[in-house]
Design a protein around this ligand. Structure first.
Ligand code: FAD
Length: 278
């Protein structure tokens, strides 16, 4: 891929010291990709939020570009602004801004933020253009949206609120991505939409994730994966082949960048990346 296009790599905050050490090692292995940045997910609740900040610190201490995610639902503006200020003090210039999902049983309070567009608007109101703000996009529609056109309209609200670029939910059907970008362009929206890519290494985990986030595993892929049963080597080999072909198609059609959901592992991402003609 020409370096006009870029790669980014997503981590989640490690849960303990051993996982932190493993992530340091994974980070070193993934430097082969020459990523433009590493992003770090953000969870609801204090301890995982601290984990995001600690992980961003760890990456920055290694001289790497680190981009925190920030989810807003259920938080009051002042709580969110305190975190944004902390990011700024740490030298963060880019944030992946999200709604997130309410933990079960938790309701919205008065005055709490409701949508990612509220978060984008809040940051723009207080920090003007200081941060580059990325938002989430759903080529196969967000699972809670009423319809694809409703979801697209809500996406455009985020762009109008000040989002600079987007990263998609993962997908295995390149046409869904191309269709989404075309529909955006038809509405005059041309911010870069980076393709979010989930390597395939574990069928049951992937099925669970996909059910939650509304990403479709095409029937033929599902059937092939199911047939491999516990044969993890075959699942990985087939997964690498399928996801390499997807990435290559996206690159050949001029995707602005690829964001790998690494799940804190290097092998699958590296295997795909090494196969690509870039
Ligand atoms: P929004 O853009 O706010 O949209 C959420 C839903 O509300 C959509 O159905 C949309 O159509 C609808 N909607 C939006 N505006 C309106 C409106 N004005 N009126 C009515 N409906 C509206 N989750 C985490 O908890 N932590 C993370 O770090 C994280 N990182 C992610 C990174 C990427 C690249 C992606 C794609 C997702 C990530 N998620 C993360 C998951 C994300 O938080 C969930 O998918 C969440 O359900 C939606 O977040 P959003 O920012 O897309 O929400």
């Amino acid at each position: 891929m020409s370096r006009q296009n870029f790669f980014s790599l997503e981590f989640f905050p490690p849960r303990d010291e051993a996982a932190r050490e493993r992530l340091q090692q994974t980070t070193q292995e993934l430097l082969a990709v020459e990523p433009d940045y590493f992003s770090v997910t953000f969870g609801a609740g204090g301890s995982t939020q601290d984990g995001t900040i600690e992980t961003v610190r760890m990456l920055k201490a290694q001289g790497l570009e680190a981009v925190p995610h920030l989810s807003c639902i259920g938080n009051k503006p002042e709580q969110i602004l305190a975190i944004v200020e902390q990011f700024k003090q740490m030298g963060v210039k880019k944030i992946v801004t999200l709604r997130g999902d309410l933990p079960s049983g938790m309701g919205l309070m008065d005055n709490s933020l409701r949508y990612a567009s509220d978060l984008v608007a809040l940051i723009r109101q207080h920090y003007d253009d200081y941060f580059h703000l990325e938002v989430a996009a759903y080529p196969e529609m967000h699972p809670q949206a009423q319809s694809p056109s409703d979801d697209l309209a809500h996406f455009i609200t985020k762009v109008k609120a000040g989002a600079n670029s987007a990263i998609t939910q993962y997908f295995y059907n390149a046409d869904a991505y191309f269709d989404f970008v075309e529909r955006l362009q038809a509405k005059g929206v041309d911010i870069p939409v980076v393709a979010g890519i989930m390597p395939i290494t574990n069928f049951s985990q992937l099925s669970r994730f996909s059910q939650m986030c509304g990403a479709e595993i095409p029937r033929w892929i599902r059937l092939r994966l199911a047939e491999f049963g516990d044969d993890r080597a075959s699942i990985k080999a087939f997964g690498t082949e399928v996801v390499t072909e997807l990435c290559q198609k996206l690159i050949d059609h001029g995707v602005p960048g690829i964001h790998f959901y690494t799940l804190n592992q290097s092998a699958a991402t590296l295997a795909i990346w090494r196969n690509l003609t870039i």
